[in-house]
Write a protein that binds this ligand. Structure first.
Ligand code: MG
Length: 384
């Protein structure tokens, strides 16, 4: 018969992010559509959860959490916060049954994969105490106070403790009753160790990272990557001005099209829409729409970028190639690139524009028109 137990979740969110150099607690950093803390709390739905928050910032934290979240004042240390939250379960509800499991998880560890919870809890039900930990990948040195290596530790036996830390409630209650509070353990695993209670490792991967220092901030910005490709061709029309890559090139004949016929921006927009799975510019801006007659493609690009932002996408980089026998594009590339980077809100080194002739071959070589290709990479924010 499968084990039957309930989970009680404790999320200590007491730290105020001193190591981040932030003006506000790191748990409240934006992440996906909400914050690191709200995202972490959400990982454990529908289990009963208590979040321990810094009393001085309680209102700020409550505002950042869904309204049905149970919040209690945390203590001076993480250890105290967990202890207070554990006690609060007994005060707010009936005392936790000895065989139920208490799951303690860092507020600043939002990348935890909830599908690990079931197997880890089954193990905790069997063993009593389980701690997520990742195997050391770097060689670990024991270093003396003088900065000199004392010895190299056996990496195969080194694990870095993470959370969740999962305990049978009866065991945790017993441990709290015995602990000397003048020597607070750093975490509940250390508490069990102090009392000689075996703690089992649950090997987790390196993805279960904690957001600790400013260097970790890019983790919150990273997300899934999406690639897109675009291709477009327009024929020359000497009666029109040439717009290419968003800029005017007055010395050249223009291109025929319903809009300003900026073939490079059209390829770019198709790549952007393609990467986001949003179709193509033909669907977005049909050439049967009289409102779009003669419109600058820069305005269409603005609309595409707004749509991407709405869907949680940001541009990593774009690489484009213009195929034209005429005009000579080399003198215009730098201006094109700078203007496009500014419009897209990215650094210039993320926008690359190349030009090539086709050595007199094909329609480009016969100077009948210009072709363009674009490849883009988008990042989709976590939780979007
Ligand atoms: Mg076109």
């Amino acid at each position: 018969m499968p084990p039957t137990y309930q989970l009680k979740i404790i999320i200590p969110a007491g730290g105020v992010g001193a190591r981040m150099g932030l003006a506000y607690p790191k748990q409240l950093l934006p992440f996906g559509k909400s914050t690191v803390l709200a995202h972490t709390v959400d990982l454990f739905r529908p289990h009963l959860t208590i979040v321990a928050v810094p009393p001085d910032h309680r209102r700020l934290f409550e505002a950042a959490l869904p309204r049905d979240t149970l919040v209690v004042d945390g203590g001076a240390t993480r250890f105290d916060s967990v202890r207070l939250a554990f006690a609060a379960f007994g005060t707010i509800f009936a005392p936790i049954k000895d065989d139920d499991l208490v799951v303690i998880h860092d507020a600043a560890r939002p990348f935890f994969d909830p599908s690990w919870l079931g197997p880890a809890c089954d193990l905790a039900f069997e063993k009593g105490a389980v701690v997520f930990a990742s195997r050391a990948t770097d060689t670990v040195k024991l270093v003396g106070e003088d900065g000199v290596i004392v010895k190299t530790l056996d990496r195969d036996k080194i694990y870095l403790a993470q959370t969740p830390q999962i305990f049978k409630a009866g065991l945790l209650r017993e441990a709290y009753a015995k602990v000397h509070l003048n020597e607070r353990p750093t975490d509940e695993a250390a508490l069990m160790e102090q009392l000689g209670i075996p703690v089992q490792i649950f090997a987790s991967g390196p993805t279960n990272k904690k957001v600790t220092t400013a260097e970790d901030l890019p983790l919150l910005e990273s997300g899934s990557l999406r690639i897109g490709h675009g291709y477009d061709v327009h024929r020359f029309d000497a009666s029109r001005p040439l717009y290419l890559g968003g800029i005017a090139i007055p010395e050249s004949p223009g291109l025929l099209g319903h809009s300003d016929a900026d073939v490079l921006l059209h390829a770019l927009m198709d790549a952007l829409l393609g990467a986001a799975g949003l179709g193509d510019i033909g669907q977005w801006f049909p050439d049967s729409d009289p409102k779009l007659k003669g419109i600058r493609s820069t305005l269409l690009l603005n609309r595409v970028m707004a749509a991407l932002a709405e869907h949680g996408y940001g541009l990593e980089n774009a690489d484009m190639t213009v195929m034209a026998q005429v005009p000579k594009l080399a003198p215009h590339i730098a201006k094109m690139r700078a203007a496009l980077a500014a419009r897209l809100g990215v650094a210039e080194n993320r926008i690359n524009i190349k030009a090539t002739t086709t050595e007199g071959l094909g329609f480009v070589g016969r100077k009948e028109g210009i072709a363009a290709q674009a490849v883009v990479l988008l990042t989709r924010r976590h939780g979007s």
